[in-house]
Ligand binder design. Sequence first.
Ligand SMILES: Nc1ncnc2c1ncn2[C@@H]1O[C@H](COP(=O)(O)OP(=O)(O)OP(=O)(O)O)[C@@H](O)[C@H]1O
Ligand SMILES: [Mg+2]
Length: 349
Amino acid sequence: MSDVERTEFQLPERDVVDTRLQAGEQDAETTLRPRSLDEFIGQQKVRSQLSLVLTGAKNRGVTPDHVLLSGPPGLGKTTMAMIIAQELNTNLRMTSGPALERAGDLAAMLSNLMEGDVLFIDEIHRIARPAEEMLYMAMEDFRIDVIVGKGPGATSIPLEIPPFTLVAATTRSGMLTGPLRDRFGFTAQMEFYDVTDLTRVVTRAATILGVSIDHDAAVEIASRSRGTPRIANRLLRRVRDFAEVNADGHIDMAAARGALEVFDVDEAGLDRLDRAVLSALIRGHGGGPVGVNTLAVAVGEESTTVEEVCEPYLVRAGLIARTGRGRVATAAAWHHLGLTPPDGTLGLH
Ligand SMILES: Nc1ncnc2c1ncn2[C@@H]1O[C@H](COP(=O)(O)OP(=O)(O)OP(=O)(O)O)[C@@H](O)[C@H]1O
Ligand SMILES: [Mg+2]
């Protein structure tokens, strides 16, 4: 094992660019969350489709169809769920797939709903099977069967649920069962943001945080944010720290570049875990194909993290490809690590 690899193995604590939430960051996220469809930057297609769905339902005086929001972490699914409730002027009840371990957990949630409420289930792909089956009926008929008692004496009591709108989020829409997916009237596929939209995210956040920033510095932060607003906001806060400590607090290009270097974000926006994955794939396995579990073990992370957090962006950036036999590094990935791709590498001209 080379020295380079050994250092990278110790590194995957993902301080700056982790797309998952860390302690103390919740407040920052709340402050920066857009509160209406108009305030929401980017995702033009999703926004206009959703606006039609919501307006149509409002005009007819009915609750809108159930909505599935799917896409990688940090692209605005939770934000969008909150906006939907806001636009409909109703309550938002929040829960998550892992919290719905038993059908009874869901029954408790559903029986407390008021007419027109939005029920948000985050990470719906992690919902337990019995709860999922109860959800089918609730979504379709606004009715559930509550089982009382156990064994042969158990009885099922039908319970009416007031009409509600389910908004569900998932980073893994492929893991949803067919029957569940079919019960959503509208599926919004959230895409990675382009640099123009992310620049607006950075500029907006800077205004809210009271930070002054040059336009080119905002573009620089945006272009290194892996297409993800959560990362853009996080990098902005780190750059602000840097500018406050090393200069007068104003963010110019030098401050942005200096801070991003300190925090190990490279020109492509890749962080240490991304680079460790590329390195394991290329230096450890000759560029693949290699299974995701092997890669995860090599970088010391859960395979779900590699699959849900790292891979979507690496694929979209054209650095790796998913094939039937495993993950493969493209020529661009070899070049990114400063290596020459061997003959036959994907994307080599
Ligand atoms: N379109 C947007 N415009 C401005 N800021 C945004 C936008 N989308 C997301 N954000 C910012 O990114 C942060 C993360 O968004 P959000 O929590 O909605 O992501 P998510 O898709 O639910 O992620 P996860 O899958 O990890 O739950 C928000 O706090 C918000 O500040
Ligand atoms: Mg979320």
